[in-house]
Design a protein around this ligand. Structure first.
Ligand SMILES: [Zn+2]
Length: 312
């Protein structure tokens, strides 16, 4: 199912109030597996490709190998922070695009937190490895609130993540401009709305608002729910099961991520960065119990290595 702009329908079947107000029929339920391709192993490698948005979040090692011929697809790479497990795949990814047989000149935009030493190190490394090469890359330093357009109706916006670093660390959300009936006209009948629009113009009855279609916290303590409110899809750090296992306040627990998703009323939550200390066969039932008891009603998945595991 494709919308006119090429964006797939969301991957959930729980229409929100906004969807009703839009008068849009969200009948198509694209599979999450068709939307996200990624890898998550804390301290080893982390990256996620949102395919309909052609957006990569982070660039951990192995990225270009996993993408294969799709290495030319992403148009924007958004780096959340300068830690190696989110960055070490960037030179290889860039080189595969440039020296492989494909779209060698396809432009790439890399957005990253302003003043990140890790990103600057990757740039220097690329410049020294390939001194005569002009990579078609635009580098954009971001601060919380900064935006980069993604096509005509969407923008990538940075927000502050809580990763305890002296350097800036960021999460990202993709905001889509949508139209709806002005809330103060909700009591009018369809005919009354139509008459008013004919008399005063469409702008007199319609509002433009922005809806979060995708949000990614990067590595972070629980983010304020307002930063990800009503997102169709939220990817949240969920490193720990028990807050007592957390030595430094730089990562969230599964329970905290679920609480953010519940309070923000997101449709689909993907947990990532789950610590390798947990034996999976033993732990997944516990995670499923936490999901079931959390009060969060949406879809819930875990990205674990390259697998997306349904937690419902
Ligand atoms: Zn980190």
């Amino acid at each position: 199912m494709e919308t006119p702009t090429g964006m797939r329908q969301p991957y959930h079947n729980r229409p929100s109030a906004d969807h009703h107000r839009d008068g849009i029929h969200w009948s198509g339920v694209a599979l999450l597996q068709d939307t996200l391709t990624g890898y998550s192993r804390a301290m080893f490698s982390n990256w996620l490709w949102h395919r309909p948005l052609e957006l990569l979040i982070d660039a951990g090692e192995g990225l270009q190998l996993a993408l294969g011929q799709k290495v030319w697809a992403p148009e924007v790479v958004a780096i959340t922070h300068g830690h190696a497990d989110h960055l070490m795949g960037l030179p290889g990814f860039v080189a595969s695009r440039r020296f492989g047989k494909g779209a060698q000149d396809k432009p790439l935009t890399v957005v990253f937190p302003e003043g990140t030493a890790g990103v600057e190190t990757m740039r220097e490394m690329m410049a020294r490895l390939w001194p005569r090469e002009q990579f078609p890359i635009t580098w954009i330093a971001m601060k919380p609130g900064d935006e980069h357009p993604l096509g005509r109706t969407r923008a990538l916006q940075a927000f502050a993540s809580l990763h305890g670093s002296a350097e800036q660390t960021l999460g990202y959300r993709v905001l889509e401009s949508r139209r709806r009936l002005k809330p103060e006209l909700a009591g009018l009948s369809q005919n009354e709305v139509r008459d008013r629009a004919q008399a005063l113009g469409r702008e007199a009855v319609m509002d433009t608002y922005r809806h979060i279609v995708f949000a990614h916290t990067g590595d972070s303590m629980p983010v304020p729910p307002g930063d990800v409110a009503k997102a169709d899809l939220l990817v949240h750090d969920a490193t720990f099961l028990d807050p007592d296992e957390r030595k430094w306040g730089i990562h969230a627990t599964v329970g905290e991520a679920l609480q953010v998703a519940r309070d923000a009323d997101v449709a689909c939550l993907v947990l990532h960065h789950f610590s390798i200390r947990y034996e999976r066969n033993e732990t997944l039932p516990k995670v499923r119990t936490l999901v079931a008891e959390s009060g969060f009603q949406g879809d819930c998945w875990l990205l674990d290595d390259a697998r997306l595991i349904n937690l419902r």
